[in-house]
Write a protein that binds this ligand. Structure first.
Ligand SMILES: [Zn+2]
Length: 311
């Protein structure tokens, strides 16, 4: 399961209680907090999602110091009562410590939640977290008491505490000002060296075939990594500008999904990407402009009109 590396337990949900392959529908852009509406262990919550016909699930559960994972972050859990929101959310159910009407949550669960939220945000590039945007809650999407008055009153605190765990520049600039480096190709030994550095500095790290993507990080950390790469004789690049081939843009997720299905019928590979104010249906992202232009022409030949966007 793709996700947090410090979970206590994995209890895979029944395959009919969530949707496989999030990448077909969108990408992670928020974390949604729920309360379990009960005092439950991470095991008991997992058992609920294992029930055939339950038609519900969550990615994670928090109870005291324990974290359970039930659905991979690469898949879509059915937690938010809203398909569009499910497509872009990593969801967490938090055990209560008391019942209605306050539905309190223990301090230990809250501390565990801060760490989990910070980890999800770090790995998915969601910093800085903002309540109502990148840190959301169930009642934003449907008429529900969830996450309960107590947990809801703690969301700003949760956000602030999690943001303290991000490797933010001191001036508090937003994540789009952070630097991402591409380093490599490198030997397995050099990859390990840089991976350990990234772990020590809490900087996001990804590697494939000896090519590393490291960041977003502060300018200071970028200097540290660049120096180390120089020392090891490895090529360093800052992450290139991307060229997106956009087939459509929709304010409503459902309309994007309909259009997505039409393109698929024509044999066009595309994905839905939540973006400012709506959803982009895109047919590829390229680092080289000429490759993106070639895709635009290829699609035009199939009768699909697209525009090139620089992001
Ligand atoms: Zn909920």
């Amino acid at each position: 399961m793709k996700g947090c590396s410090f979970i206590t337990k994995e209890v895979p949900a029944y395959v009919g209680n969530y949707t496989k392959n999030r990448a077909r529908y969108g990408k992670i852009s928020e974390i949604t907090v729920h309360h379990a509406a009960g005092i439950v262990s991470v095991d008991a919550l997992g058992q609920l999602w294992q029930k055939k016909g339950r038609a519900g699930s969550s990615h994670y559960g928090v109870s005291g110091a324990q974290i359970g994972q039930y659905v991979s972050e690469d898949d879509i859990a059915w937690t938010n009562s809203n398909w569009t929101a499910n497509c872009r959310a990593v969801t967490i159910e938090v055990s209560n410590s008391s019942g209605a009407p306050n539905w309190e949550v223990s301090d230990i669960s809250l501390q565990t939640l801060v760490k989990l939220v910070a980890d999800i945000a770090r790995r998915n590039g969601l910093f800085p977290l903002v309540v109502g945007k990148t840190l959301t809650y169930h009642s934003m999407y449907t008429a529900t008491a969830c996450p309960g008055p107590y947990l809801k009153s703690k969301l700003q605190w949760l956000c602030d505490e999690a943001n303290k765990l991000a490797d933010m520049p001191e001036d508090g600039t937003s994540s789009d000002k952070l630097t991402t480096l591409r380093i490599g190709p490198a030997s397995a030994g050099d990859v390990l060296t840089l991976k350990r550095m990234a772990e020590d500095l809490s900087v996001p790290f990804a590697e494939a075939d000896g090519l590393m993507t490291i960041g977003g990080m502060s300018a200071g950390d970028a200097v540290t990594f660049t120096k180390k790469a120089d020392e090891l004789g490895l090529p360093v690049q800052t992450a290139a500008r991307m060229y997106i081939v956009q087939a459509g843009f929709f304010e409503e997720g459902n309309n994007a999904a309909t259009f997505f299905a039409e393109l698929h019928k024509k044999g066009v590979e595309c994905s839905i990407v939540p973006t400012d104010g709506g959803f982009r249906v895109q047919c590829g992202a390229f680092t080289k402009k000429e490759n993106a232009q070639a895709m635009v022409q290829q699609l035009a030949a199939k009768g699909v009109k697209t525009v090139l966007k620089e992001v």
